[in-house]
Ligand binder design. Structure first.
Ligand code: ALA
Length: 449
């Protein structure tokens, strides 16, 4: 049971159904941070005991991250950074792409695995299926159509909107046969399924992956890009400065080898340590065991959500296929704006969910069946500060802390909301945010600086 949080007229135990956005810190991770902090000091740049210890811990964290995805230090390098988005931007910068090169993404990507590629190459999208999944036939058509020009396939290992999990090693084999490389965004996968990056000699290997600590129960500001060492052994890092060089004179610079060349400035050793402790913990529980528990929760939720009057599920709605997708479920309730559903869950039931487009506007608009004119209307509304009209879904997503009791409470709340028994809400047109009429936040009572 979570902390008690304020709801309209009292308090309730918090139910976190927003693990796809960020997971809470595990107690063991929090403990490790407290235990480590007295020993914390600079990394790679001090002779004192604490500096040497911190450097040792930081490099241990790198080895743990490599082991977590089966990376081979001879072939792969682990580059720590802030998060998946930063990792993708780095990769987009570091790959030797030309404007005319083709990067194939899926029509289900979030903005972070779309926009960085738009800046560097020509992005083409494979269609999504009616259930929001990747369309393999369309992918093969694109490979054929752009034969010789496809340099990279960039897809998410699990969708942050529908939980769709493409067969990433199938896509990898096809990409490699076409002479391309593959990047898999593992932000939504890493805490929920085992990941096997694979040897470079294996046709189904993944050339690059990215993940985020804050989606792995370690919200201390670190993520990682893990991928082919050879890619980062050439060229110039996008950030230069302390730590990235081998030798500098007034006129010359020789870069260090990766990963040092890729991690400019003092690194986040606390974050890397925390993420590594989370990885150890997840492996200790067993990623297969986590996957099967989350599949059971997903199946249970799909069954019960379908009983709420007017509730429409998106993506794969079949509970029997719950094990083949991630524990992320989007839905709408007829006649109730998505923002209002999310607000009523929070303000009246103490249930935290996310609503809107989840940083994946094109995908959500596709799922909602908006054609080009509809999408332009949305753009006009948002640019003219009418976010209350913005389309969207409500999303729930499970993590280690959730139980079927959480789902029971959610379903009870949604049935009440669908019946219209929620309080009266007002919406701010500029932000699209709903809140009960006259309600105010009381943050000082909980935490303040
Ligand atoms: N990608 C994160 C989410 O889906 C931010 O909420």
């Amino acid at each position: 049971m979570g902390a008690w949080v304020p709801v309209y007229g009292g308090t309730r135990p918090y139910i976190n159904l927003d693990n796809a956005a960020s997971t809470p810190a595990l107690q063991v991770v929090e403990d490790a941070v407290h235990e480590f902090l007295p020993w914390y000091s600079s990394v790679h740049r001090g002779n004192g005991f604490k500096s040497r210890l911190s450097t040792h811990v930081y490099e241990q964290a790198r080895a743990i991250a490599a082991g977590f995805v089966g990376a081979d230090p001879q072939e792969h390098v682990v580059i720590f950074g802030k998060n998946t988005t930063e990792a993708i931007n780095k990769l987009a910068y570091r790959l030797p792409l030309k404007r005319t090169d083709i990067v194939i993404i899926s029509g289900g990507e979030h903005h972070s695995n779309d926009l960085p590629w738009r800046n560097r190459a020509t992005v083409v999208r494979m269609d999504v299926t009616a259930r929001g999944g990747t369309n393999k036939a369309d992918f093969e058509r694109l490979l054929e159509r752009y034969a010789g020009r496809v340099k990279l396939v960039a897809i998410s290992g699990a969708s942050n909107v529908t939980g769709h999990m493409p067969d990433i090693h199938w896509f990898a084999r096809k990409a490699h046969q076409a002479g391309a490389q593959i990047f898999v965004d593992c932000a939504q996968l890493a805490a929920h399924r085992p990941i096997h990056i694979g040897k470079l000699t294996d046709d189904g290997h993944l050339d690059y992956i990215a993940l985020s600590g804050h989606k792995m129960y370690a919200p201390f500001g670190t993520g990682a890009l893990i991928g082919r060492r050879d890619t980062f052994s050439h060229g110039t890092p996008e950030y230069s400065g302390g730590g990235t060089i081998s030798v500098v004179t007034d006129k010359t610079v020789d870069w260090a080898m990766p990963p040092e060349s890729e991690e400019a400035g003092s690194p986040n050793v606390v974050g890397a340590m925390a993420m590594a402790r989370a990885m150890q913990t997840l492996q200790g529980i067993g990623l297969e065991a986590i996957a099967s528990r989350e599949a059971a929760l997903t199946a249970y939720a799909l069954q019960w959500l379908a009983t709420v009057p007017g509730l429409q599920l998106y993506g794969d709605t079949n509970p029997e296929r719950a094990a083949t997708r991630a524990a992320v479920i989007p839905f709408t309730i007829a006649g109730v704006p998505h923002g209002l559903v999310a607000a009523a869950l929070a303000w009246e039931w103490g249930i935290g969910v996310r609503s809107g487009c989840f940083c994946a506007q094109p995908y959500v608009m596709r799922l909602l069946g908006l054609n080009r004119a509809g999408q332009q209307r949305v753009r006009y509304d948002i640019l003219h500060r009418h976010r209350e009209r913005a389309p969207g879904l409500v999303r729930i997503s499970f993590g280690l802390c959730n139980t079927t009791d959480d789902i029971d409470r959610l379903v009870e709340a949604l049935a009440a909301i669908a019946e219209g028994t929620h309080r009266e809400y007002t919406v701010d047109a500029a932000t699209g945010e709903y809140r009960p009429k006259g309600a105010k936040d009381n943050f000082e009572h909980y935490f303040s600086l």
